[in-house]
Write a protein that binds this ligand. Structure first.
Ligand SMILES: Nc1ncnc2c1ncn2[C@@H]1O[C@H](COP(=O)(O)OP(=O)(O)O)[C@@H](O)[C@H]1O
Ligand SMILES: [Mg+2]
Length: 311
């Protein structure tokens, strides 16, 4: 069943299209990653899907409810962690969560109970106010606040932007836990690695459009198969090694003199690997490392959007 659906979603501001016809289909219990650079339209899409903004065109559903004509039913099925923090820094985590519980119309006892559950689950039992929290704890508190009513569909707008790697890993773990409990997640991110780690399917968004869609693996294969990397021991033999790799590849060879690294795309992976090993050995060239690898999502992203400079 489809948890989130968008068809030809548009949003214009004057002449400018923030969203220029976005299609999405997120199956229940899966994670969809909206991956794109700053200004791509990610927040605009999330705001429309969470009923906070009206689309200029197209339509969207959450849990089967139209976000424009049935906003209340849609809202009852969704939670949102926006880009800005929603919690009160002067209150403790417990006070914040109890307050959110009351805002969601829980009675005092139920609000207390739910706050206690979420505090424990997200490791937020700190006695002081939220302003004493680390960045990761604050983000987890935001996440907990959006889960008071255990919504089946959760929207996370750049949940880890600005966090250190450890806090980021904590958020990733929390998201994985939610998904294993059956929650559907749509998250936006500028981080390729985050989409790769968390998302079942990724929609790459650029300038208000979906420029590519698929599983992380599909996106990587679209870029043209695997790559063969060789690190040569002796810098003097680098050019000869590049020649050998080039012959096995048939594609453009990249050489990095500083790291003594030779890399090229290969179609027939195992054959190319064996040919290169045999030829290196015959030429008496010592390799420190030889590896077949998938292209990184960074390479995919650069290729699709052209942002971040050429490679
Ligand atoms: N209220 C607004 N008025 C005018 N332009 C806007 C408004 N909100 C967003 N935009 C523009 O729409 C584009 C997409 O913005 P946004 O959805 O915030 O991107 P992202 O979240 O991917 O960084 C940007 O070019 C932004 O400047
Ligand atoms: Mg944004």
């Amino acid at each position: 069943m489809t948890a989130v659906l968008a068809q030809g979603l548009r949003k214009t501001y004057g002449e400018k299209a923030a969203l220029d016809g976005i299609d999405l289909e997120v199956a229940r219990g899966t994670v969809c990653g909206l991956l794109g650079p700053n200004g791509a339209g990610k927040t605009t899409a999330v705001r429309i899907l969470t009923t906070l903004l009206r689309p200029s065109g197209g339509r969207a559903e959450v849990a089967g409810f139209d976000v424009v004509s049935q906003p209340r039913q849609a809202r009852r099925n969704l939670g949102l962690v926006g880009q800005g923090a929603a919690v009160d820094e002067l209150l403790t985590g417990r006070q914040n969560l109890e307050l959110f519980g009351r805002l969601y119309h829980l009675g005092p006892a139920a609000a207390r109970r739910r706050a206690a559950e979420l505090l424990e689950r997200f490791g937020l039992e700190h006695p002081g106010p939220a302003k004493e929290y680390s960045g990761g704890m604050r983000r987890r508190l935001d996440l907990a606040a959006s889960l008071i009513l255990a919504p089946p569909v959760l929207f996370l707008d750049e949940p880890t932007t600005g966090l250190d790697p450890r806090s980021r890993a904590e958020i990733w773990r929390a998201v994985r836990d939610l998904v294993s409990d059956g929650t559907t997640v749509l998250l936006t991110t500028q981080y390729l690695e985050e989409a790769d780690q968390l998302a079942d399917r990724i929609s790459v968004v650029d300038a208000g459009r979906v420029v590519a869609e698929g599983t992380p693996d599909e996106l990587k294969s679209k870029l043209g198969g695997d790559r063969l990397d060789v690190v040569v021991h002796d810098p003097e033999r680098l050019d000869r090694a590049a020649e050998i790799v080039g012959r096995a590849s048939g594609g453009p060879v990249e050489v990095d003199r500083d790291t003594r690294h030779v890399s090229a795309p290969v179609s027939d992976r195992v054959r190319a690997l064996m040919d290169v090993l045999a030829a290196l050995s015959a030429a008496g060239i010592e390799a420190e490392d030889v590896a077949l690898r998938r292209p990184t999502l960074d390479e995919v992203f650069l290729n699709l959007t052209g942002t971040g400079g050429g490679r």
